[in-house]
Ligand binder design. Structure first.
Ligand code: IPM
Ligand code: MG
Length: 369
């Protein structure tokens, strides 16, 4: 049987640097655990624009459709701010999400004990935090039609985006959330603005439908998304799984990310329907961006990208134990006090570099054998 295939798209900024460390980890799993992958690499975002004049070449899109999983670094950077909207780096990422139909975006926000002091919130509010945000990723205001900027007869301009959700779009992401909850603490909180938006009313009704008909054993609650944002910083441990739409999910997941101490720690998985081989269509990427301010300086924290590969092991390759091995290795390295610059208290001048962090994780993996 051939090895499972991985397409690596490092992208822009620190994407390339953090992905170098993930490649070391992939090699380690091949050498030491017999988990071999056929790895190929390509361009996305500004890097693809520089080479091809488009943030995602059709050939790359086709490759992404064929592989078992895509690993993406980050896209964007100030250099590309002047580009036309249609070729901005982010369009490459959104095209991958849309054409692969990756409707369920899993964003775990977990506070590692060793980092509880780094949260902007008090330690007792975040210590032990372990929540999972399931963000709908292929619809809503990111993709709804009509959209665009046009001229009005009176000389003004108008900018339009449309928040639009169908029954099926809501039900399938709700199912993903209930399935995850069953393997966690059995609770789902659905967030929308049913008090002001019809799309929010439908969202709530369809989530309730899925709950009553398919997952009555899971505990379901509802919150308006603004209250959800407040509750996330007031008492985040009240949540287990949060399910929400594309735009609210974008905002709420950044909010949840800061609870954990550093955006440099947070992985994500974007999953679609099962392919013929039973694996879901999948792309894994850190939640952080391309961080142009620290690019090329060896300062980036590779943990979010490494933990994204752990999610790939769990959700694409049925290797949950190996995923846990990798997550435990990262946790051990942090507990040992190894820190990239983003994880150091102000005034502390002894960070390790991106590659030293990767090496420390490899050492911890070796020690796990
Ligand atoms: C994210 C990012 C993206 C989004 C950008 C880069 C298009 O913020 O993954 O959260 O808005 O979805
Ligand atoms: Mg975002």
């Amino acid at each position: 049987m051939s090895n499972p295939s991985l397409l690596i798209l490092p992208g822009d900024g620190i994407g390339a640097e953090v992905m170098e460390e993930v490649k070391k980890i992939i090699t380690w799993f091949g050498d030491k655990r017999g988990l071999n992958f056929d790895v190929s690499e390509d361009l996305v975002g500004g890097a693809a624009y520089d080479a091809h004049g488009t943030p995602l070449h059709d050939d790359t899109m086709a490759k992404a459709q064929e592989v078992d999983a895509v690993l993406l670094g980050a896209v964007g950077g100030p250099k590309y701010d002047v580009l036309d909207f249609s070729v901005k780096p982010e369009r490459g990422l959104l095209r991958l999400r849309k054409e692969m139909d990756l409707f369920a975006n899993l964003r775990p926000a977990q506070c590692f004990d060793a980092l509880a002091d780094f949260s902007s919130l008090k330690k007792d509010i975040v210590a032990g935090l372990d929540i999972m945000i399931v963000r709908e990723l292929t619809s809503g205001s990111y993709f709804g039609e009509p959209r665009g900027i046009s001229d009005l007869p009176d000389g003004q301009r108008v900018g339009i985006n449309t928040q639009r959700y169908t029954t099926d779009e809501i039900r399938r992401v709700a199912r993903a959330a209930f399935e995850l909850a069953k393997r966690r603490n059995n609770r789902v909180c659905s967030m929308e603005k049913a008090n002001v938006m019809e799309s929010g009313i439908l969202w709530r009704e369809e989530v309730i439908w899925v709950h009553e008909n398919e997952y009555p054993e899971v505990e379901l609650s509802h919150m308006y998304a603004d209250n959800g944002a407040m509750q996330l910083v007031r008492a985040p441990k009240q949540f287990d799984v949060i399910v929400t739409d594309n735009l609210f999910g974008d905002i709420l997941s950044d909010c949840a990310a800061m609870l954990t101490g550093s955006l440099g720690m947070l992985p994500s998985a974007s999953l679609g329907a099962p392919m013929e081989n039973g694996r879901p269509k999948a792309m894994y990427e850190p939640v952080h961006g391309s961080a142009p301010d620290i690019t090329g300086q060896g300062k980036a924290n590779p943990c979010a990208c490494i933990l994204s590969f752990a999610m790939a092991l769990r959700y694409s390759f049925d290797a949950g134990e190996e995923a846990t091995r990798l997550e435990t290795a990262v946790e051990k390295v942090l507990a040992d006090g190894v820190r990239t610059a983003d994880l150091l208290p102000a005034g502390d001048t002894s960070p390790v570099s991106t590659s030293q962090m990767g090496d420390a994780v490899i050492a911890a993996l070796d020690a796990s054998l």
